[in-house]
Design a protein around this ligand. Structure first.
Ligand SMILES: Nc1nc2c(c(=O)[nH]1)N[C@H]1C(S)=C(S)[C@@H](COP(=O)(O)O)O[C@H]1N2
Ligand SMILES: [Mo]
Length: 599
């Protein structure tokens, strides 16, 4: 260990590697989509295909199948109604009945009507930004290692088979290259690799939606409105069958929904409110690295990929429910139905239609506004998103990321991300098998110094089999071997004012060339955990270039983008305001991510 001769100069040099401050204006201004993410072409998402055995089937086949199924069901239902036993059955279970549903006399109170409207607006943002998040890794798996070819749904072709070799770092297929774009009217913000911004929309409106939903549940039970949705006897099931037969035979049951819903309606609402909505929340949380590291669920039934798949299924249910709900509102007496939900009356005033049209106009305006606004004001979206949900996300940072897995859990393939370093110095050090490499640790420490490669290899080696959760949605488990950050910091002795540990990469960030070094800041508290290491081995072998040689960070509480690869130097600081654009890391500066990312 050699003391740094001029720590201040080293520090200034390191900080100068980050994005120069002249670019601040560019970063705070509107996004130029053609230059975004290194100028990657807007490769459009394909209509999802689903794997059936070894074949890939276009999901649009569901449409003709649904039409055929519907026609057939109508024919069958009409035939059934000719039979005496079916008529008896419908007489006995008319579809709407006091046996399973108590009458609700209070109509539709004002809070319910407004919450219903807000729910629609929030869900619109959540679903669109959710699709954008999916487009950043347009494949869904059940296997926790996300092995290419194992996915059950995909929105682009297969990963090119000749680009899977991690020993070919120049050509290996990165997860970023795999992302696709969505049209601007569909995704938010509707261009490729915009997950950082999409997530602020998704999480921000999640919070509003959860608050709205929680309030709704409280009011539902306080007011007695719950009786609309919770069946009080199993009679709801035969009545639901009866309702289905009546609808399908195109001879609709009586509409008494001002006081009680028919059984099919009740079950659909029950499922949506009490099953789908909580499931959306739970499967969202299950995708958090901090949660998985705390409860050791990166493998097994609660793994991130199953959670992601179920999360997507809930999205489909919400879309389907909204469509069916709207169709039924229009076909079972539009004007009275609108009177219920807009005016809260059982009349047939045309004012209800006026209010409805105004509500829908608001939805359309918000719909059209969201993507262009995000492109013009990305920094505002990042700041508002952080103000809304930053605190809640950060709560997960206090968990203990203790999970360790067995060697047999190691994923056969780990997706890579990032552009390897291109400097001559890096190539020279690599050619010398890192023997000439010295890790520099400077900043707010008592003993700024350089630690040689041999010294590092001589330090206690810590091994762990842990998960890597990328923000894009893929994940994997690998075995890492290296030095504990706590051991390294013990050598340099941090000063009490040091709060953040900055990891500088040898590599430029993967955005537009000239945007500076990749770097990221981590809380100093996280360095104390034994699973926070600088790894020089992966799966029992010396780390290759693709996955971050000579050293890459592992902090099990955080998402993948914070795990800096090709680490060159470390600096301890009291605040990161003066580094780069001041947001805590390369992706935070350039792609509007948050800096505390345990989810
Ligand atoms: N220097 C540098 N480190 C980086 C990146 C990068 O672009 N540059 N990408 C990050 C991202 S987004 C992820 S998900 C992980 C991926 O690690 P892996 O390639 O070893 O799977 O590395 C992180 N470290
Ligand atoms: Mo990532």
């Amino acid at each position: 260990m050699e003391r740094l001769p001029d720590p201040e100069a080293e520090r200034a040099h390191l900080e100068s590697l980050l994005d120069p401050h002249e670019r601040q204006g560019v970063l705070d201004g509107r996004i130029v989509v053609d230059e975004w993410a290194g100028g990657i072409a807007q490769e459009r998402a394909a209509v999802p295909s689903v794997r059936v055995g070894r074949r890939w089937v276009n999901s649009l086949w569901i449409l003709p199948l649904a039409v055929a199924g519907l026609l057939l069901s109508i024919a069958v239902a009409q035939q059934l109604r000719r039979y005496g036993w079916m008529q008896d059955f419908i007489d006995r279970f008319p579809g709407t009945s006091a046996t399973y549903a108590a009458a609700v006399d209070s109509g539709f109170p004002w809070w319910l009507r407004w919450q219903h409207f807000f729910n629609l607006v929030f869900l619109m943002f959540i679903i669109r930004s959710g699709l954008q998040i999916l487009a950043d890794h347009p494949r869904l798996y059940l296997d926790p290692g996300c092995r290419p070819g194992k996915e059950w749904l995909r929105m682009r072709g297969p990963v090119p088979a000749d680009r899977l070799d991690p020993d070919d770092p120049e050509r290996v297929w990165t997860a970023k290259a795999d992302s696709v774009s969505l049209p601007r009217w569909l995704g938010i913000p509707g261009f490729r690799h915009s997950i950082g911004l999409a997530r602020w929309w998704h999480f921000g409106f999640d919070l509003l939606w959860i608050v709205n939903g929680a309030l709704f549940l409280v009011l539902l039970f306080v007011s007695g409105q719950w009786a609309r949705m919770v069946p009080r006897s199993l009679d709801v099931f035969p009545n639901a069958v009866s309702t289905a037969v009546q609808y399908l035979s195109l001879s609709f049951p009586a509409n008494e929904s001002f006081t009680r819903y028919n059984a099919l309606q009740m079950l659909a609402y029950f499922l949506t409110v009490f099953v789908a909505a909580p499931l959306a929340l739970v499967t969202g949380l299950l995708q958090a690295p901090a949660l998985a590291a705390r409860f050791r669920i990166a493998k097994g039934l609660l793994n991130r990929q199953i959670a992601r798949s179920v999360h997507f299924a809930v999205l489909l249910w919400m879309v389907l429910f909204t469509l069916m709900h709207t169709v039924m509102v229009f076909t079972t007496g539009l004007v009275p139905n609108l009177n219920h939900i807009t005016l809260g009356s059982d009349g047939s005033s045309w004012w209800a239609v006026v209010v409805y049209v105004m509500w829908m106009a608001v939805v359309v305006v918000l719909w059209l506004w969201a993507s262009p606004f995000t492109i013009r004001n990305p920094r505002t979206v990042q700041r508002v998103g952080k103000a809304l949900v930053g605190r809640f996300k950060a709560m997960m940072e206090w968990w203990n990321p203790k999970a360790n897995y067995a060697e047999r859990d190691i994923s056969p393939y780990l997706w890579p991300n990032g552009e390897p370093p291109t400097s001559e110095e890096y190539d020279r050090l690599r050619a010398g098998d890192w023997s000439g490499f010295e890790l520099e640790i400077t900043g707010l420490v008592e003993e700024p110094c350089k630690i040689s490669w041999d010294e590092m290899l001589a330090m206690a080696k810590h091994e762990q089999v842990t998960q890597l959760y990328c923000i894009q949605g893929w994940s994997g488990i690998a075995k890492w071997g290296g030095v504990k950050m706590s051991d390294l910091l013990a050598l340099v002795r941090p000063l009490p004012e040091a709060k953040w540990v900055v990891f500088y990469s040898f590599a430029e960030g993967p955005e537009t060339p000239g945007t500076g070094r990749y770097y990221d800041c981590h809380r100093i508290e996280h360095m104390a955990h034994e699973n926070t290491i600088l790894a020089y081995e992966m799966n029992g072998e010396r780390l290759g270039v693709t996955h971050g040689a000579p050293l890459r960070l592992r902090n099990e509480l955080e998402l993948g983008f914070k795990q800096v690869k090709w680490v060159e130097a470390i600096e301890l600081v009291a605040s990161f305001d003066h580094l780069g654009a001041g947001y805590g890391g390369y992706n935070e500066d350039q792609e509007f991510f948050g800096y505390r990312m345990p989810i």
